[in-house]
Design a protein around this ligand. Structure first.
Ligand code: PLZ
Length: 451
């Protein structure tokens, strides 16, 4: 039996933008729903904060018990435009009533091409670009590798320490962290080679120094001539919001160009206004050969893309790329609505403002609590790394305790990082300053309460 919803179910920005707890977290209805989940949903599918959602919008999530939580996660950097954003809702509603699927490979439709045209406009570089659409980030990364292999006639793929690229066999092989992503799921795909990442807090290297270190590993252990592509997140997501030192990305991109290696920027988490620009690559003036997108692209509907130099994209034989649902019309309509929201509200600029607010709050925390060892990020993609005071020893238990405290007090926070000791903050770009400040008041209380 489904739990009865005691709250109104219409979401979007009209939802009252106020944290409001009326039961413990989770409340009785969510607790009952969780029991059903335990019975029918595979245990492998975990849940960070077990309140069941009734509605969401702006910067809040309303649960089925009537609690309103502040959202600092955006469903992992997906609903940047806010949940149930008006332009997404209206375009999806219109599309869903018109047709829901034909399969673009069978009989095409305009909204798919509209999204590809928009991606050619908003991604870095003014060269001729083409796009292929898919359903998930992992699928986009797999296809980017397929395209790079087809173009170069080479096999090897370079990735980095702390990387996250997905959970399919190839992308799981490209992902660095064993638990929970890889453990027991081998054998992994071959021809994937890992290089050291620039991690300023831990390695103290300049961007060019860190790039030279990575390039040396790849040249000596793989050979530039064997590499089809190098895939990198311009700011790493799951791996700990690691912002490489300035000059790292551009040095790698130049080395790729000089050696005929396809440079793939995985902007699945960092893209679509999140970092204060359309894409994080822009801050370094890097123009990727291929760029993978998903998450923020479509306001929560499943859509992903590979966009890149036309000559690389077109190296694949006709019929070599596709999938039943890739570029589904409803998801494409959502993407157009999402882009409309980003443009009309200038959400890139808004991400910059939110980032400045968050940086001030986080630097305040760092001053007050020595467990905060590093504050980093860009725009509305900010994080703090927690270490045993005076050391660089990761303090994951403290991160877990603070996370639990925030959840119990109505703020949806997320951790990340190879050692699980990084707090990442990914509010919807539709959140208000007041709500964001209230959320950070709770985060500060959590630090004090767990000290
Ligand atoms: N590349 C940079 O961040 C997805 C993973 C959540 P999918 N990150 C969230 C989880 O635990 O599964 C991600 C990413 C980067 C690729 C992906 C994969 O995107 O849409 O989850 O397949």
């Amino acid at each position: 039996m489904t739990a009865t919803v005691v709250a109104p179910v219409t979401g979007g920005p009209a939802l009252p933008q106020k944290r409001n707890l009326v039961t413990p977290i989770p409340g009785p209805l969510s607790a009952a729903a969780l029991e059903r989940k335990k019975k029918y949903v595979a245990d492998g599918v975990g849940t960070t904060l077990p309140v069941f959602v009734a509605a969401a919008g702006g910067g809040v999530i309303l649960d089925i018990d009537g609690n309103t939580l502040i959202d600092l996660a955006s469903g992992i950097a997906v609903v940047s435009v806010g949940n149930a954003a008006p332009a997404v809702v209206s375009r999806v509603t219109e599309q869903v009533a018109s047709f829901t699927h034909t399969c673009f490979m069978v009989t095409p439709y305009d909204v798919y091409v509209d999204v590809c045209e928009a991606l050619a406009q908003v991604t870095p570089g003014d060269h001729a670009k083409k796009t292929a659409l898919f359903n998930s980030g992992a699928e986009a990364v797999e296809n980017a590798v397929k395209i790079a292999r087809s173009f170069t006639g080479r096999d090897a793929v370079a990735v980095f320490d702390h990387a996250y690229h997905g959970r399919t066999n190839l992308t799981m092989s490209m992902t660095a962290k064993n638990m929970p992503y890889k453990n027991g799921f081998g054998p992994f795909a071959g021809e994937v080679y890992r290089a050291p990442m620039s991690y300023p807090f831990r390695d103290g290297l300049s961007g060019p120094e860190a790039a030279a270190r990575a390039i040396d590993v790849l040249e000596k252990q793989v050979g530039a001539d064997n590499l089809a592509c190098l895939a990198i997140e311009p700011i790493q997501g799951e791996g700990g919001f690691i912002v490489p030192a300035p000059g790292f990305l551009s040095a790698l991109a130049e080395w790729c160009t000089a050696n005929g290696i396809v440079f793939i920027a995985d902007e699945i988490q960092s893209g679509f206004c999140r970092t204060g620009a359309w894409f994080a690559s822009e801050a370094e003036g890097v123009v990727p050969d291929l760029i993978t997108t998903a998450k923020g692209i479509a306001g929560g509907l499943p859509l992903a893309g590979v966009t890149g130099r036309a000559e690389i994209m077109d190296s694949v034989h006709v019929g070599g790329l596709g999938g039943t649902y890739g570029g589904n019309p409803v998801a494409c309509a959502a993407a157009l609505g999402s882009l409309e929201e980003m443009r009309s509200h200038d959400l890139a600029a808004r991400a910059g403002e939110l980032g400045a607010l968050m940086r001030t709050r986080l630097e305040g925390l760092a001053q007050q609590f020595p467990v905060v060892a590093d504050v980093r990020g860009r725009g509305a993609m900010m994080a703090i790394e927690l270490c045993v005071p005076g050391t660089k020893t990761p303090d994951a238990p403290r991160a877990a305790a603070i996370n639990a405290w925030c959840h119990a007090h109505g703020v949806v926070t997320l951790t990340c990082g190879t050692w699980g000791n990084v707090f990442r903050f990914l509010p919807p770009l539709a959140i208000s300053d007041d709500l964001l400040n209230e959320a950070f008041d709770v985060v500060a209380e959590a630090f004090a309460a767990t000290a």
